[in-house]
Design a binder for this molecule. Structure first.
Ligand SMILES: NC(=O)c1ccc[n+]([C@@H]2O[C@H](COP(=O)([O-])OP(=O)(O)OC[C@H]3O[C@@H](n4cnc5c(N)ncnc54)[C@H](OP(=O)(O)O)[C@@H]3O)[C@@H](O)[C@H]2O)c1
Length: 282
């Protein structure tokens, strides 16, 4: 069972689960299942009778959340908790997704799953509360913390840079925030791999593609692969203020995942695949 099936991760997960061939997939977009509505949740669980529930539904508008706290809280915390509890009651394995934003201190080294957490924005706080509540309800779930998610679907940095690069001669992109992009297809494959692995240790896993870059580096690579001729200039975050604070250091340590399944592929390889798909889809 997949919630938030119209989002970029949800769509990639449907495709990955169907391609895997071992799953009967029940996927629900927001209009088919609003996870904040308990009766819709109950009906969907009754219909799908799942063994595994992947919760891809989330309030992901980081800046809007600053003025829309109640809704962000309801979706990212309350509804996630309720869904995890309903799954626990029915002995359904719960797979949830979270973010690098939950980490507290930004060390000068990749962030580990057991590093201290703290919500520095409404989005971060609601995602952290969601994680904690999910773990309380179903301690044996999987939570994948990820960063900088993009795909050929929906709204994301890759598609925005392509559009702006075509529209403008010059763009300014922040270069003092570093991390690793995550292709939603790779994240979907990782989530399936964990869920299928009966021996896998349950709990929190970091997952992103390998390598490190700034948003500026990422934009340059998008234009390189997209054949976009645009002058991209690096700027500091201070020159691009946003309602919600952004972490400067988002690089995730993936060794817990990599020890069992191998290191995720490099972000440039994943980006190239996504760009090829975007060229086909238009
Ligand atoms: N995107 C990133 O850069 C990023 C980074 C780190 C972590 N994550 C996490 O990764 C996960 C997947 O993110 P994504 O990039 O796939 O986000 P997305 O494209 O925004 O998808 C989220 C989906 O959830 C749906 N949704 C919102 N409220 C809902 C509700 N009440 N009931 C049911 N569905 C609801 C949305 O529907 P509508 O579009 O109709 O609102 C949307 O289809 C999330 O947990 C997110 O927090 C994302």
């Amino acid at each position: 069972m997949i919630t938030g099936a119209g989002g970029q991760l949800g769509r990639c997960l449907i495709e990955a689960a169907v391609a895997d061939g071992n799953f009967r997939v029940f996927a629900y977009t927001r209009s088919e299942l609003d996870i904040t509505k308990p009766e819709e949740l109950r009906d969907a669980l009754e219909e799908a009778k799942p063994d595994i529930c992947f919760n891809c539904a989330a309030y992901t508008a980081v800046d809007r959340a600053e003025t829309d706290q109640e809704k962000a809280e309801l979706i990212n915390h309350t509804a996630a908790e309720r869904l995890a509890a309903a799954c626990e009651q029915r002995e359904v394995l719960f797979v949830h997704f979270s973010t690098d934003y939950v980490y507290a201190d930004r060390f000068n080294r990749p962030l580990r799953e057991n590093d201290p957490t703290q919500g520095n924005s409404v989005y971060a706080r609601t995602k952290l509360q969601g994680e904690q509540a999910v773990l309380r309800q179903q301690p044996n779930c999987f939570i994948l913390r990820t960063s900088w998610v993009y795909s050929e679907y929906g709204h994301n940095f890759v598609r925005t840079m392509l559009r702006l690069g075509e529209e403008r001669k010059q763009l300014k992109v922040v270069s003092d925030q570093v991390g690793s992009p995550t292709y939603a297809r790779d994240l979907a494959a990782a989530a399936l791999q964990l869920a299928k692995d009966e021996e896998a240790k349950r709990g929190i896993y970091n997952y992103s593609n390998s390598g490190v870059c700034s948003w500026y580096d990422f934009a340059l690579a998008i234009h390189e692969f997209g054949g976009v001729d645009c002058n991209v200039l690096p700027i500091n975050s201070a020159a691009y203020p946003t309602p919600a604070v952004r972490p400067h250091f988002s690089l995730l340590d993936k060794s817990k995942f990599a020890e069992r399944y191998g290191a995720p592929r490099h972000w440039r390889l994943a980006l190239k695949e996504c760009m090829d798909k975007i060229k086909v889809l238009g």
